[in-house]
Design a protein around this ligand. Structure first.
Ligand SMILES: Nc1ncnc2c1ncn2[C@@H]1O[C@H](COP(=O)(O)OP(=O)(O)OP(=O)(O)O)[C@@H](O)[C@H]1O
Ligand SMILES: [Mg+2]
Length: 299
């Protein structure tokens, strides 16, 4: 029988990027970047959770910043929708209107990859988010369509904070973040994820995981779900102190739902831990599988 801690280690490694996935991600982002180079004067780099290794599975929405050079930089003087429209039209010309979608701050390119019942994608990434950006000192500004303005961000600061948190947590912090993000994606919640945006999970984890890794994944997860439930109503500013609060992505109703689902996850975790204590390892594995989804191993 698979011991719980080993099950968690297997789960953790299943949520990590393997070589084949990395090769596919490189091929896809290189293709998009090379194409966009022919359309816009910009330099591009990978960012977001993909770059920070806090992305969960199935692997989708790999973020690429396209930092516009002169003269395309005068987009900055215009409404955010102008650059988003132009990026959209350029991408539609290559990938077709069925594959390309405008989002609040980026354009999503969907590669039409199918996800099987075990959340496998044959080592392929599902999609890329192309984010137009302009440099602003050492920070960047990106368009925000619903706000109707450009917002400041700094991916380097987010990355530095994630690295520091990871190191302070015996290099288990990123793995735990990926696990909660995987829980957030569990189809049992319906099409609406409990926590939105999922970056909020990472932002909350910067504060909710503290005091060092206790050594047992099941207990870490139980206490993390419980702390996230307790603190979901708080305001969560941008950790870099630049952009709008990350918690603005959820209204009161959404927060109430998130609290309910996080509290339920914490209780399910307590039950699973109790199963182990009473020697019912198989029951514990099933409880964790039900909580997280198909990538949590039963054997
Ligand atoms: N409100 C904000 N203010 C400033 N920067 C932000 C804000 N929201 C997101 N960002 C930055 O933009 C990046 C991409 O945002 P996104 O919503 O794709 O999150 P993510 O961390 O990549 O998570 P996911 O795994 O959901 O893709 C974030 O990683 C963060 O660096
Ligand atoms: Mg992202």
């Amino acid at each position: 029988m698979l011991p719980i801690d080993e099950a968690f280690r297997k789960f953790k490694s299943r949520l990590e990027l393997n070589d084949k996935e990395q090769q596919n991600a490189i091929a896809r982002h290189t293709e998009v970047r090379e194409y966009m180079d022919t359309k816009f004067k910009s330099r591009s780099f990978l960012t977001g959770s993909y770059k920070r290794h806090t992305k969960t599975k199935p692997l989708k929405d790999v973020d690429i910043f396209f930092v516009l050079d002169e003269p395309t930089r005068d987009y900055r003087a215009k409404a955010p929708s102008v650059v988003v429209d132009d990026f959209y039209n350029a991408l539609v010309a290559k990938y077709g209107s069925k594959a390309v979608r405008k989002q609040d701050r980026s354009i999503n390119i969907d590669f039409g990859v199918l996800v099987d019942t075990k959340d496998n994608t044959d080592y392929r990434i599902l999609s890329i988010d192309a984010v137009p950006a302009v440099a602003c000192g050492t920070d960047y500004e990106i368009p925000d369509i619903p706000l109707g303005k450009w917002i400041k961000t700094n991916p380097e600061i987010h990355a530095t904070k994630a690295i520091a948190a990871h190191q302070a947590y015996s290099s288990e912090w990123k793995g735990l973040v990926r696990m909660v993000k995987y829980w957030n994606n569990n189809p049992k919640h319906g099409s609406d994820k409990p926590i939105k945006p999922s970056f909020l999970i990472e932002v909350m984890a910067l504060q909710c995981l503290y005091g060092g890794f206790g050594g047992q994944f099941d207990r870490e997860m139980q206490s993390l779900f419980s702390t996230l439930a307790d603190r979901i109503f708080e305001d969560w500013p941008d950790p870099a102190g630049l952009g709008p609060p990350i918690s603005n992505g959820m209204d009161q109703t959404r927060k109430e739902r998130a609290k309910k689902l996080l509290t339920a996850a914490a209780s399910e975790a307590t039950v699973a831990i109790d199963h182990v204590r009473k020697g019912r390892n198989g029951e514990a594995l099933k409880a964790w599988r039900d909580l997280f989804g198909p990538k949590f191993p039963l054997s």
